[in-house]
Design a protein around this ligand. Structure first.
Ligand code: PEP
Ligand code: MN
Length: 338
């Protein structure tokens, strides 16, 4: 932690900062300039020291932490990449794992047809929402438990693991009974009680980035799941809110190299929600792969024009096949495979 003293701060004020830090058990280094003194407070555990304690001392101008706010998600904590394991599938290894399916589960036939089509095209995991986080309470909220049962039956019939969103702490157990991967949606990235509950299940968790959250906040949220002893956390970049309104969100491609640099956790890209329109999905999917995504989460629907949710951004089976064919050589160029 760096404490910057005001210009012309009194020696007694500097001494008080130093004494406070030492009382807390930290080492102190002083940088006495001609006009200004800077106090560096050092120790492996300065994260527990409240910055406000120092900010409120007389003569202090500013206080800054120099350590990252997240710990368990950091590369310092675990230098080697984490490979999340789901029913024999590795996420974070050389395979780029494609998860595909409808935004929302609408019927058994719809899910079955989609699962068959995406599996044939090379997707390894089936996606589908049973609990839908809708902006309006009057919009279709998902088939809920019936939707989970449909996913589970299709998953067993086609031997495809399922990823589905869990929105509420009360539903974690129910969702975990039917799905192999729990998705925490963008709107719930900072729902800390939910993060703890999904952490306790031990099920792999896909943690979507909140659309107004920084990478630091995202990785710190991942710490909540990891702190429960659940090591299978997969981050998902799904776009952030910016001033640009030609697309639904702005896919933050930069988060991929940043996350790979500072965290050991695997990261996948959802090209569908930032695109908001099916025509943009392939470009965003390819950009994600080129930027180092360990997987993709893509919305596919048998008849997008009649989809109950997110039809405009959903790929038809034909468009999904085409995308998979285009991704294969790109994956190869990246030293990976689909
Ligand atoms: C979804 O995957 O269907 C979804 C609602 O995504 P997000 O939480 O990223 O908006
Ligand atoms: Mn959707």
């Amino acid at each position: 932690m760096i404490v910057e003293m005001r210009r012309g701060a009194e020696q007694a004020e500097i001494d008080q900062v130093v004494a406070t830090a030492r009382e807390m058990g930290f080492d102190v280094q002083l940088n006495v300039g001609t006009e200004k003194t800077v106090v560096a407070i050092l120790g492996s555990d300065t994260g527990r020291a409240p910055t406000d304690t120092f900010a409120l001392l007389p003569g202090v101008q500013s206080v800054q932490r120099i350590m990252k706010p997240y710990k368990l998600a950091s590369r310092e904590f675990r230098p080697k990449n984490t490979i999340a394991k789901i029913a024999g599938i590795d996420i974070g290894g050389s395979q780029v794992v494609v998860m595909a399916g409808p935004c929302a589960v609408e019927s058994e036939e719809q899910v079955f047809q989609t699962a068959e089509a995406v599996k044939k095209a090379g997707a390894r995991i089936l996606r589908g929402g049973a609990f839908k986080p809708r902006t309006s309470p009057f919009a279709f909220q998902g088939l809920q438990e019936e939707g989970l049962k449909i996913l589970s039956r299709v998953s067993n019939a086609l031997d495809m693991p399922v990823i589905t969103e869990v929105m509420d702490t009360h539903e974690v157990e129910l969702v975990a009974r039917h799905a192999q991967i729990l998705q925490v949606g963008a709107r719930n990235m900072q729902n800390y009680s939910l993060l703890r509950e999904v952490g306790k299940t031990g099920r792999p968790v896909v943690l979507k980035r909140g659309f107004s959250c920084t990478i630091n906040e995202w990785l710190t949220a991942a710490d909540y799941v990891l702190a429960e002893g659940n090591e299978n956390v997969i981050l998902c970049e799904r776009g952030i809110r910016t001033f640009e309104d030609s697309t639904r969100f702005s896919l933050d491609i930069s988060s991929l190299p940043v996350v790979h640099k500072f965290s050991h956790l695997p990261i996948i890209v959802d090209p569908s929600h930032p695109a908001g329109h099916f025509e943009y999905v392939p470009a965003l999917a390819k950009a994600g792969l080129a930027a180092g995504a360990d997987g993709l989460l893509v919305e596919v629907h048998p008849n997008p024009a009649h989809a109950l949710v997110d039809g405009l951004q959903s790929l038809t089976f034909e468009n999904f096949n085409k995308l998979m064919a285009e991704l294969a050589p790109l994956a190869q160029a990246m030293g990976r495979y689909l």
